[in-house]
Design a protein around this ligand. Structure first.
Ligand SMILES: [Zn+2]
Length: 77
């Protein structure tokens, strides 16, 4: 018999739920992605830039991560 409370005092802050989500980098519309906005809110990266919420699609997040690593790429060759 488990005594696990299903109501917790502190809920994690919900992510913003915009009506329109576009990648700040490539401009792709989240509603055109597989799963639509609901999936994009989970898979996309979001951050705040000058007080605005900005979204980045997974492909661009990867590309940005690579370009940052690119500074160390001499070991690859
Ligand atoms: Zn993108």
């Amino acid at each position: 018999m488990t005594n696990e409370p299903d109501q917790r005092g502190d809920h994690p802050a919900p992510r913003p739920t915009p009506q329109l989500m576009q990648c700040s980098s490539c401009g792709v519309d989240a509603s055109s992605e597989p799963g639509g906005l609901a999936a994009a809110r989970v898979t996309w990266t979001f951050g705040t830039e000058r007080g605005r919420t900005v979204w980045t699609c997974p492909a661009c997040s990867r590309r940005h991560a690579r370009s940052m690593e690119g500074r160390l790429d001499s070991a690859w060759w």
